[in-house]
Ligand binder design. Structure first.
Ligand SMILES: [Zn+2]
Length: 271
């Protein structure tokens, strides 16, 4: 992930990081990336690491990534314990986020540095977060000086920053603090910045954020919503009939892939 994000940052583009939950969502992301000839990040939310799902999916995801015609990173999203990061790397995920953004600064530095050193020893990438991207009501915009100190103290390869986005869908249109993003990027010219809460953020704002140093855009809610809506349609249309579930999955995968394709093209500056 470090390599693809470094290149993206230098080229003022971003890599899409899509949260998958199963085979269908995973294959839809990788197919879209292959068709667009762009690298991509397949990421799994930390909950899946505590329930065995990320462990069980790992061999399939590794095989799919290895076979893909484009670079595919496999990433732990919002790791909340050292154990999740250790498990992810043991199971073959190539990148881990340690999110200590709700902890006091010193705690966040201590554990993020620990996970970054562990990941680096295995040739893997580590993302950290400073400031806190809203999850519910709690939020804290990233302070520029604190971001610089945090990046230097922890050695993270990518830094999630809080510049006005929020997780989940928005109740009101978000206002992104682009000057803050640009100031962080100027102070950390080598560190790719990560935008969490991409779902529903106006694309014009996402474009400005990418120009200001964002190199990874996380997309979870709106992509998984496409999976749910396409599934409801396909299963509804069955109307009591029988079709083998693998065939039922094909139009759902196509709908998810179309969603990913749109965003990959946009993040790469091609649309
Ligand atoms: Zn996030």
């Amino acid at each position: 992930m470090k390599e693809m994000l470094g290149e993206a940052r230098r080229a003022h583009r971003a890599i899409g990081a899509f949260n998958i939950t199963n085979y269908e969502t995973a294959v839809s992301v990788i197919r879209a990336a292959e068709a667009e000839k762009e690298p991509v990040i397949v990421q799994l939310y930390m909950r899946l690491f505590d329930t065995g799902k990320a462990r069980d999916l790992a061999p399939t995801l590794r095989a799919m990534a290895a076979r893909a015609s484009v670079p595919v990173a496999l990433h732990l999203d919002h790791g909340s314990t050292v154990r999740q990061a250790e498990d992810a790397l043991a199971w073959g995920y190539t990148s881990v986020m340690y999110d200590g953004s709700r902890s006091p600064y010193d705690e966040n530095v201590k554990w993020t540095k620990h996970v970054a050193e562990y990941a680096h020893a295995l040739g893997a990438t580590c993302e950290g977060e400073i400031g806190h991207v809203a999850q519910g009501d709690e939020t804290a915009l990233t302070d520029v000086d604190e971001a610089v100190a945090f990046a230097k103290a922890t050695g993270v390869d990518a830094l999630a920053v809080s510049i006005g986005t929020a997780h989940g869908y928005y109740k009101a249109e978000p206002k992104l603090d682009i000057p803050r993003c640009a100031a962080i990027a100027d102070a950390l010219p080598e560190t790719p910045l990560v935008l969490h809460g991409g779902s529903g953020t106006p694309l014009a704002d996402v474009r400005r954020a990418i120009e200001a140093g964002i190199a990874k855009v996380n997309i979870a809610t709106e992509f998984l919503d496409t999976f749910i809506k396409a599934s409801l349609k396909v299963y509804g249309d069955l109307n009591g009939g029988f079709v083998p579930p693998d065939k039922l999955a094909d139009p759902i995968i196509d709908a998810c892939s179309a969603h990913v394709t749109r965003l990959i093209r946009f993040f790469a500056g091609r649309d």
